[in-house]
Design a protein around this ligand. Sequence first.
Ligand code: SF4
Length: 120
Amino acid sequence: MDVDLRCEAEQCVYNLEELCTAPEIQVHGEDTMGGRFTYCSTFAVDGDGKASLKHLNNDNNYNFFISSPEVECSAINCEYNQREMCYAPHVKIISEISTAPIQTECQTFIPREGLYSSDV
Ligand code: SF4
């Protein structure tokens, strides 16, 4: 499922004015109970060996490349996670000071209902 994604990590090569131009991204979180320990491993800066899409920042290409990437996600305790895919209607990744994947975070993470209950 394609997700409406907003991303503040403006130093990422895929970021165009808070829109993500990657066709798919990988979010990590494993068994975290909170968004603070999630991160986008697709984040890349120039020189990482990944193609830079910054050159697409003009009117024609810009509209074409505004994308809603498919979001694979290992944060299995998130309410929006189904079989390690994200089904949130909107996802926000932070933050603007990120210079490495581990410094990013999925701010949309919410714990599954009942996760903190004593019967789980
Ligand atoms: S909202 Fe949940 S499932 Fe979607 S990317 Fe964020 S942590 Fe993963």
